[in-house]
Design a protein around this ligand. Structure first.
Ligand SMILES: O=C(CO)COP(=O)(O)O
Length: 252
């Protein structure tokens, strides 16, 4: 990992969390971070939208940043049930995940839709965390790098810079399965992403590339040590501060 890229350890709570228990977990995490005084990495929790405002208040001094998990591309309008990037920002979010494979699969989100959402996040002055990743079928058909190239090229927001955009590589088959790619597999994909970004952005060497998919305390150190891995996007193991902290501690 280059010293110039500040690691980002991010938790994606997905559709989990009610106010009371979630607040307790966040306060516990904030306490662990504060006790550490000067963390050398950024720490992010993306709770369900219902909790963004409250979580942002609890983490008021930004020991932990708060983000959204998805946003609509439009600023406002007749889109029942959707939430705009501006609304998340207004509630206290500083980041927004877009293009998670669960959104791509469950809601048929295309690269073009993901790009529009990422652009909405930038428009609202949030950092976009753009997710990419291959399915098991694609990996077994030796299509991983082609799929990643296609997703990176076509999901990257217009105006992306290292300051406003993060890429998360999450192999779909590693999400919630306990399976992870080997460090070598991760190194190959991350090097490929950085090389693709080279033709798309001026400061591609500074963009943070996260790995996500079954990251936990026991494998975080090995995964975070891989070249071009600048942090993690963690699902299940981010729900409890006690599970998330050992992952944060690999980079703090
Ligand atoms: O999808 C993920 C984070 O966005 C990863 O989920 P798990 O860490 O539960 O595998």
């Amino acid at each position: 990992m280059s010293n110039q890229r500040r690691p980002l350890i991010a938790g994606n709570w997905k559709m989990n969390g009610l106010a009371k228990s979630a607040g307790n977990e966040l306060l516990e995490l904030v306490k662990l971070v504060r006790d550490h005084k000067a963390p050398n990495c950024d720490i992010l929790i993306c709770p369900p939208a219902t909790l963004v405002r409250e979580m942002a208040k609890l983490a008021e001094d930004n020991a932990v940043d708060i983000g959204g998990q998805d946003c609509h591309a439009a600023e406002n309008g007749a889109h029942t049930g959707d939430i705009s990037a501006e609304m998340l920002k207004d509630a206290g979010a500083g980041y927004c995940i877009v293009g998670h494979s669960e959104r791509r699969a469950d809601h048929g989100e295309t690269n073009a839709a993901v790009k529009a959402k990422a652009e909405a996040a930038l428009r609202a002055n949030m950092i976009a965390v753009v997710c990419v990743g291959e399915t098991l079928d694609e990996r077994e058909a030796d299509k991983t790098l082609d799929v990643i190239s296609d997703q990176v090229k076509n999901s990257l927001p217009e105006g992306a810079t290292a300051a406003n955009t993060v890429i998360a590589y999450e192999p779909v088959w590693a999400i919630g399965t306990g399976k992870t790619p080997t460090p070598l597999d991760v190194a190959v994909v991350h090097a490929h992403i950085r090389s693709e970004l080279g033709s798309l952005m001026n400061d591609s060497d500074q963009v943070r590339l996260l790995y996500g998919g079954s990251v936990k305390g026991s494998n975080a150190e090995e995964l975070m040590a891989v070249e071009n891995v600048d942090g993690a996007l963690v699902g299940g193991a981010s729900l409890k501060a006690a599970d998330f902290w050992p992952i944060v501690a690999t980079s703090i």
